[in-house]
Design a protein around this ligand. Sequence first.
Ligand code: HEM
Length: 515
Amino acid sequence: MCRVVLVAKHKRDRRDDDDDASVSLPLPPGPPKLPLIGNAFYFFAALRHNPHRALADLAEKYGPIVSFRQGTATSRIIVVVSSPAAAREALGKNDIAVAARMVPDSARGLAHDAGSVFFLPSSSPLWKQHRATIGARMSSGPSRLGMTRHIRDRHARQLAELSRAYSGQPMAVGEAVYGTMVNNVSNILFSRDLADLSMPHPHDDDEQGRSRRWGQVYRAITRAINQDWATPNISDAFPFLAPLDLFGLRRSGSRYMAELYKVFDQEMESRLARGRRTDEEEDMLGVLLARHARSEITRADISKLLADIFLAGTDTTRIAVEWAMRRLLRHPDKLEKVRAELAASLGSKEFVEESDLEELPYLHAVVKEVMRLHPSLPMLPREVVTDDGMSLGGFWVPKGTCIMVNLLALGRDATSWPEPEEFVPERFLGGGGRPLSFRGSDFSYIPFGAGRRVCPGMDLAARFVPLVLASLLYRVEWKLCGDDAMTPVDDVLREKSSILLEPAMPLRAIPLFTP
Ligand code: HEM
């Protein structure tokens, strides 16, 4: 984009307080800056809890493209994008300019960012190599995801058996689903179940037992890392203080990340010690170790990649299923439609399989509607990397700016979605509905992002989330537990946010097996 033209066009709108005098274009509007501390108060106070909501309030006040600084006039600028048109311009037209992510100081511990598929810029050869490795195992097509279909069927069946075994007793639905997601990802990574998905023993009810059960020990680690990465940090607002790590977030991030690396290191050690079995040659660790043997990747970078995939692929999918169950249990008519579709389509089959999914349009519509209302990753973070910055909605966005696309706001945009707050899966069905895909072409609906940094686990999630949901609902009726049933719906739908957006109230419900 010709900067001179933009300079001329916007010269009269210039905001002197914000930028270098050599850049004569206005920044997007935003909250006023206080003397000395700039926007620091806003950054720390407003963004601490449920930032997507605070940022939606900002959009109400200042429009769909808003800017503020993490601290004083020299701190990093954050630009929040909250409308489909602005998102199209940011992620579609400016795809190359924003093909990187801001690295929070908390992610720099153990130099995680330097080998991370999530944080490396897309110009990095290592990022390209990582994306190719993931693409080879996880994109759709008979030779890729198709090869691991039997593993997903096995895990979905295990979850169905577990909920049937719980018949008549309260079950922590999200915890069981998390264990299923852990096993799905750990099998893609190294062909092994990390979580034990059996019924708990009576002695498991102590603290230790609970953390062992259903992979909860990993959930605690991934949660802590997500929380550290999301917490507004003084080291980011005032980079000259970063070496002191005053909030301790880098130290804490390093500690939890080291625990995750340890899991993958042990897998590598044992495989190197005993040699690969043939069934392991094609899993991600097999491919990476073969590359390591050719000196194409270090062991440290293998751990970083595996940690990223584990972090990105487990709780995101668990959250989607937990929201779907939460919504359906409060909408018995929609729940009944899903169950009726399953019964009609599956007939006398014992368990749902991935091959059944094509015949279940209403189930898919439910999943899409859930991801519209509750995107697991509500704020899509990018960084402007082009030297000249970029123009966005008639504003100037300089290099180094962190762009946050508010996916929650896009999914609830009233100009794109009639009755945006209502749970209406039918809007995604044909015949007057919007049969949208997840592919990121319609910017009112991009739960997996868009452009070159689009989620590489999208095809896997688009298969596994409906399969897991169907496995919970097929031949099982669900009843809310007493407390949950008495809680008003607004409280039940309250959100808790770190990097991810999950139900504040974990779902406990009673399955009733109907043979
Ligand atoms: C419901 C499930 C999921 C949702 C909603 C989700 C959403 C997202 C979003 C919004 C992004 C940012 C995309 C962008 O910047 O344009 C992302 C990135 C990513 N996701 Fe997912 N994701 C899910 C599941 C998965 C799974 C199952 C995996 C892998 C097993 C995965 C791996 C990744 C990775 C590695 C990235 C970083 C890509 C990069 O920066 O190049 N995700 N995801």
